[in-house]
Design a protein around this ligand. Structure first.
Ligand SMILES: [Zn+2]
Length: 247
């Protein structure tokens, strides 16, 4: 989580860019912005202007970038386009996402080489993933989802909140969410999203893998606290970070 290729998501990201343009130039009507995920090799993004419209291509590998990091990336790209100096503060959520992505890529690689996975158990200090899984399965899936290996992530990631690994049939949820500050519906929502990856396996099309299909996104919106949970994540996940790491 939280990613996708759906039109809805792309237009939400487009709105972020329009807001970013508006922030830099409030007098002017923000341009039309077209956003696409693009299968660049590695972490690479582009922004261009053509006939007064803005075209943004975000590296496919960043398909699961959370909205807070999308805001950071929009800030970086729009500044670049407008010839403004980069801001460390506004770009930080994106930079952090990239660092975590690189760590994850390396972890994926070494996991593949060694063929094992770190599992730390379902019982956290506040939430029990096993129990939440059972209740989500009962209420939203008629108990039809076969239980994968559930685990809290060994590290507290603030930008990769959940991950479904189909190879190892494992769902891991970021330990940062195992906190009294985090409402239960947020943990439920992240786990619900990962459960949908079991229900809707990735679709291959023209050599690309689509994890968040239209039906996936439609089902995702059936979660009763969808909007609250998205909003909570956008505005609060940063606050979970230890004070020492906050700049
Ligand atoms: Zn996902």
């Amino acid at each position: 989580m939280i990613n996708g290729d759906s039109e809805q998501l792309l237009s939400e990201i487009g709105e972020i860019y329009r807001d970013t343009f508006a922030r830099f130039d409030p007098e002017r009507r923000p341009p039309q912005v077209h956003v696409r995920f693009y299968p660049y090799i590695g972490i690479n993004h582009t922004i261009r202007v053509r006939s007064g419209q803005v075209f943004v291509r975000i590296a496919e590998i960043c398909h699961d970038m959370p909205m807070v990091a999308q805001h950071g990336l929009a800030d970086i790209l729009v500044r670049k386009l407008l010839g403004k100096r980069a801001s460390r503060r506004t770009g930080e959520p994106y930079e952090e996402y990239v660092r975590s992505l690189e760590i994850r890529e390396r972890a994926d690689h070494s996991r593949r080489t060694r063929g094992r996975k770190v599992v730390t158990g379902t019982k956290g200090e506040v939430y029990d993933l096993d129990e939440i899984f059972d209740s989500l399965n009962f209420w939203y899936f008629k108990s039809s989802v076969k239980k994968p290996t559930l685990t809290w992530s060994p590290r507290k990631s603030f930008h990769i909140l959940g991950h479904h690994d189909s190879t190892h049939d494992t769902i891991s949820i970021s330990r940062s969410l195992d906190s009294t500050i985090v409402p239960r519906y947020v943990v439920e929502y992240v786990l619900f999203h990962e459960m949908l990856h079991i229900v809707h396996p990735a679709v291959h099309h023209n050599g690309r893998r689509y994890h968040h299909t239209v039906t996936f996104r439609r089902d995702e919106r059936r979660f009763p606290h969808y909007h609250e949970a998205e909003r909570w994540i956008t505005y609060n996940v940063g606050k979970l970070r230890p004070a020492a790491k906050r700049k």
